[in-house]
Design a protein around this ligand. Structure first.
Ligand code: NAG
Length: 472
């Protein structure tokens, strides 16, 4: 297999066991780890104990989480068991590499039993605690959960508004009820909570995040994969933020259907550059942001009127088409018919002669993603393939789909990461541009907009899936 994979370094299976009270951002961290590793081609999956519990009790009130409530305690134990069974089955039968057990694992006793089950199955446990006593962060998390947690959403409300009974509707919409109920839920958990401890848990591999990543305690981090996860979670923050993505304006090469090169913008591309500040302003208001561009002329020209700090990254340069740089797809098809076909067959892995593959681009983008996680509001002006890779990271788009996503010119994409997924808004500049989209099996450019299975809908479809099914 071409390219690089962390998995070759460690042969052992790893399970990240989340620890911590509700509303500490555990699920968010769990999903981010899975998304990050999947993007790097490491088979990863999160098993959310709450989702297994929802199979028995979908809209519990706080009392359900009282340890003295024996009936519900049984359900919660059963949910944990089912999650663990599935996790082990996934490791054994689906070549799982990194599983995440996303529960609370409150007590030392419970952690010990999970530890033993994993060890018996040749899986290496890594505990990851999110410890937080900052009331503002906790409240922020509760409000975020309130908006989107399945525990407080009436399933029917999605399909048919008229069917919601009025009482349920009040519960869904009443933030005060949800906040109080959630605070009560937390107080039940607090009774038995035993945080990870440097002395008492010194024999375990663990990461303890204190107030997100204000302070981090790490213990017995032994493998490369573990240290990658440490480095990744170190860089996370949960402050609200927005990321905007835009391709450069239409270039002279775009007009001729040529790929690569370092051409300047076309007259319509320059119009887009003039309009971009207004589009950003409408979307961002008076928030401060930083603009990241590539080292190529067309991104510099596109960002020239933006009144923000700008940073140039070589890593944001377009996928290098090697010997095909400066050619049209038609020319490539004529001159290198086998390459043309090979690329259509596996666009993610195909590497241009003397150039790059999508996989190569993902690897060089890794520092960009890490830095994006650290930053707040960023606008990235870059190129089609690079944008697809960045978008795939945020929206969890599988590798076989990401190189085929349609990302039109003259469109600003707004990404807002939230607790249960990322929302996407596409803002069109209404300045015409050529299509640079190439369907599989043709060298012609342009999208068949009458085809309902068309990839141009991909962005919106992925957005919805992510929004309604954050665990994808
Ligand atoms: C899973 O595989 C491990 C060995 O890799 C084995 O020890 C264990 O019994 C298996 N578990 C199940 C439930 O099949």
């Amino acid at each position: 297999m071409p390219g690089y994979s962390i998995s070759q370094v460690d042969t052992m299976k790893l399970c990240v066991v989340m620890v911590g009270l509700p509303a500490r951002g555990k699920s968010l961290i769990a999903r981010k780890i899975v998304r990050y590793l999947s993007w790097l081609s490491i088979t990863a999956k999160s098993f959310n104990v709450g989702e297994y519990r929802r199979g028995y009790q979908s809209h519990p009130t706080a009392e359900f989480f009282d340890d003295e409530n024996l009936e519900s305690l049984k359900i919660r134990k059963q949910a944990l068991k089912l999650a663990l069974d599935d996790l082990i089955d996934w490791f054994n039968n689906s070549n799982g590499m990194v599983g995440v057990l996303d529960g609370t694992s409150m007590t030392r006793e419970k952690r010990e039993s999970i530890y033993n089950i994993l060890k018996t199955n040749q899986i290496q446990p890594l505990f990851l605690e999110s410890f937080c006593n900052d009331q503002e962060t906790i409240m922020h998390n509760i409000l975020d959960v309130k908006m989107t947690s399945p525990d407080y959403i009436n399933d029917e409300s999605k399909s048919d508004d008229n069917k919601i009974d009025s009482e349920m509707k009040i519960n869904i919409k009443d933030p005060e009820f949800i906040i109080n109920d959630f605070l009560k839920r937390i107080s039940y958990f607090e009774k038995s909570y035993e945080p990870l401890d440097q002395q008492k848990d010194s024999d375990k591999s663990f990461i303890k995040l204190i107030n997100v990543a204000q302070q981090i305690i790490i213990n017995r981090i032994e493998t490369y994969l573990q240290s990658r996860i440490v480095y990744f979670v170190m860089n996370l923050h949960i402050k609200p933020r927005t990321i905007w993505l835009s391709r450069h304006g239409e270039s002279m090469y775009n007009l001729e259907g040529k790929i690569g090169g370092d051409a300047g913008l076309s007259p319509r591309g320059l119009k887009y550059a003039e309009k971009l500040p207004e589009l950003v302003r409408q979307s961002a208001g008076y928030r401060d942001l930083t603009v990241w561009i590539s080292t190529l002329k067309r991104t510099a020209e596109t960002s020239q009127h933006l009144p923000y700090k700008k940073l140039q990254w070589k890593a944001l340069d377009e996928l290098d088409a090697g010997v095909c740089d400066g050619m049209t797809y038609e020319e490539i098809e004529n001159k290198f018919p086998e390459d043309f076909k090979a690329r259509d067959d596996n666009k993610y892995e195909y590497r241009y002669r003397g150039g790059e593959s999508y996989r190569d681009v993902v690897i060089r983008l890794e520092p960009i993603i890490m830095e994006l996680e650290r930053q707040e509001n960023i606008l990235i002006v870059t190129h089609q393939a690079v944008l697809r890779c960045i978008y795939a990271y945020f929206m969890n788009v599988p590798q076989e789909e990401s190189p085929w996503m349609s990302i039109p010119l003259h469109t600003l994409i707004k990404l807002e990461p939230k607790a249960y997924g990322t929302t996407v808004t596409r803002i069109k500049a209404n300045i015409p541009a050529v299509s640079t989209y190439k369907e599989k099996g043709t060298s012609q450019l342009g999208e068949d907009l009458t085809d309902t299975s068309n990839k141009s809908k991909n962005i919106i479809i992925s957005a919805k899936e992510e929004l309604f099914n954050g665990t994808r």
